[in-house]
Design a protein. Sequence first.
Length: 488
Amino acid sequence: MDHSKAPVLEALSAYHETGQTPFTPPGHKQARGADPRVRAVLGDAVFLSDVLATSGLDDRRSSHGVLDEAQALMADAVGAQHTFFSTCGSSLSVKAAMLSVAGPHEKLLVGRDAHKSVVSGLILSGIKPVWVDPQWDAERHLAHPPSAEAFEAAFEEHPDARGALVTSPTPYGTCGNLSAIAEICHARTKPVIVDEAWGAHLPFHDGLPTWAMDAGADVCVTSVHKMGSGLEQGSVFHLQGDLVKPEVLKSREDLLGTTSPSVLIYAALDGWRRQMVEHGKTLYDDALALATDVRARIAAIDGMHVHDRNDFCGPGLSADMDPLQIIIDITALETTGYRVADWIREHHQVNLHLSDHRRISAQLTHADDEHTAGVLLAALRDVSAHAADVRPAPQVAVPPPAGLRLEQAMLPRDAFFGRTEQIPAEQANGRISAEMLTPYPPGIPAVLPGERLTTEIVRYLRTGIEAGMVVPDAVDTDVKTLRVVAEH
């Protein structure tokens, strides 16, 4: 296929060149109706590129096949059989994938380190999750993707499960053994979905972890806006094999997706694919070299330990890691990642990727260079020199691995939509949660609807919030009260 083409961008250019006059949405009519104060901030280019996908970018019948061609080019670029664009983020894409594999009250094996969007999919669909435990690093209080053996054991106990879902890479950049997991699923003629939201770049350089399609995944969901050049909400899901039918996957996406997709997002996805095919290898040669240098320079800063393969990979840990996710343990600074991240933002206007009770992280992409690396390094050196300013930090009562795994007492859907009540946190022990409680980022729920709360997990969340953790999806974001299933 001709990857010098960018069908969406070319159609958008043709729209402007032919002088189309819209009597359709969007109502700003090519920026003319937009508030001048808005135009001053956003620029007219945003509005000029904001057109309808049909009766705008394409004709009423979509007879020029603009989107179909763009999706076919994306599939060819990464070696998938079918590719679908999503303008609602991977939060929608992963739900469409789940609904293509299992239906209400059917079982799906799911790694318990799944993103909250997966849990939302369980709530909406009524799918019964069979949780597969991650590989816990008890020393570092960190979860890596579940092992292939854990999925094997789950299938042995639940042979009626319709398939499996694994998250890889995690937001911390660690990867599961996807090839082994796919072999286990396929031996049972069951599909495996990979939530690879953090891995859109993986197909384009052999120095990066193996991407899901090459490892044998049936459906792979990627967030191009995370590690690629897509706009926010730009997501792609890929399909191969015959265990999931393309028409089924497309119909599930139609069920959940918007009928007014953003051409801006389509255009960025289209352009990113062309960029990666033509220049991806060179761009990631440079990015990986930069990451190696930045890692070494951060490791030389007092109080900072940069996690590498020795920390994250090996038996009982992860199978691989993405070196572009730079995870820094700041325990030696005697403070929390929350405080370090806040101090750096306030004093250096640098926004870090994620922070937790003992870590911060910086996400590098092909867009970074010596200048941005220098800004990051200056901020990290400065916070190290001013560590006394971010002390003392409240301690987070992180439970041991067993304390993080709660009993699934009800289906997530039944608990979420059932009768509920709001109770004081100190009365929550033994009650069934009716809400998600998700430290964010990275967006992996500590508590799911239907799970039985414990004093230990409530204390973890309360001490976390006092230390700077954010739990945005709680009804009471201070977690002083909790929404639980009503007992009467």
